[in-house]
Design a protein around this ligand. Sequence first.
Ligand SMILES: [Zn+2]
Length: 66
Amino acid sequence: MASSQEPGASAFDRLRSHYADSRASCPECGHEDTEGGWRVTTSGSRVSYQRVCPSCGAVDALELRL
Ligand SMILES: [Zn+2]
């Protein structure tokens, strides 16, 4: 059983899955993106998440500060 607890290393993954879960469907057309195709970019202390809806092309973006 692998239960790795690496402080910091999994923070991105936790955030990503949290937001991917709560924003799994397109706010415009309601298309459910089961692939979870969030694109993550970081700059300094900010993390930006961006996803383009494969159905209607709407861009959903989030920005977080670490
Ligand atoms: Zn859409």
